[in-house]
Design a binder for this molecule. Structure first.
Ligand code: ZN
Length: 256
């Protein structure tokens, strides 16, 4: 075996991958050749270093990110060089048009607003109060009976107005639960129609103008005034409900 052959086989010899005959041949050569002995020692040293792990080092934490970034850049650069075939536009143009339509529809596809959800809850509560002969917990037309009744049941004092003279007599008060909190419900009557007036403290002190919506055949009006949120619900026609709301707002002094 000459040096060239030995050098080629030293790796295999160090790793114990050679057959018996080759093994003996290289052993014999190394014993007589200083150069190949040195190569053999170097290989053995390297092998041991690798085995003991002193050649291992931890990759920097952001190496993965940097590689991904450079790959992305490279992909983009390649992408710019692409020449799109004509048929691609035949597909892309209608797709773009569809995307524009979807974007235009997004405002309509959004889920119901907080007010919408509350309106549903108000209607349910109004209907439930009429169904189960549970219109009032405190059946009284006297505002001085109804108002104190809420003390200790809710942590606020709802303004209770008597509108009997104006054609909306007070029927009573009820404890209800809306928007994840106990609320005061006042019941007013207009001929054969009932109005549920839900009251609870508003989250902000700023007044909110009256908004009117119609849900499932019921008219709803809501506003915020003097730190209280009001929702009125009734099957009364909207004109008369607005009359009621107006009367109530005129009666409710800012300090009550
Ligand atoms: Zn040699």
């Amino acid at each position: 075996m000459n040096c060239k052959e030995a050098q080629n086989l030293i790796n295999g010899y160090v790793d114990g991958e050679l057959d018996l005959v080759r093994n003996l041949e290289i052993e014999h050569h190394i014993q007589e050749c200083a150069l190949c002995t040195q190569s053999y020692k170097n290989q053995q040293l390297l092998r041991n270093e690798i085995k003991t792990g002193s050649f291992y080092f931890k990759a920097p934490a952001d190496l993965q990110r940097r590689i991904q970034l450079s790959l992305r850049k490279a992909t983009k650069a390649e992408g710019r060089a692409w020449v799109l075939p004509k048929w691609w536009f035949n597909i892309a143009a209608p797709m773009a048009a569809a995307a524009v339509m979807v974007l235009a529809l997004v405002p309509f596809l959004r889920g119901p607003s907080a007010d919408d959800l509350l309106a549903r809850e108000i209607v349910s509560s109004h209907v439930r109060s009429l169904m189960a002969s549970h219109l009032a917990d405190v059946p009284s037309s006297d505002q001085h009976t109804v108002k104190p009744w809420f003390a200790g049941k809710v942590n606020f004092s709802p303004p209770v107005e008597d509108l009997a003279k104006q054609g909306f007599p007070l029927i009573g008060g009820r404890l209800d639960y809306l928007d994840n909190r106990p609320v005061a419900a006042l019941i007013y009557q207009r001929q054969k129609h009932f109005i549920n007036l839900f009251i609870w403290p508003s989250e902000s002190d700023s007044a909110v103008e009256t908004k009117t919506v119609s849900r499932q055949g019921y008219n709803l009006s809501h506003w915020t005034r003097s730190g209280m949120t009001y929702w009125a619900a009734s099957d009364l026609n909207n004109a008369e409900l607005q009359e009621f709301v107006q009367l109530l707002q005129n009666q409710t002094s800012p300090t009550s």
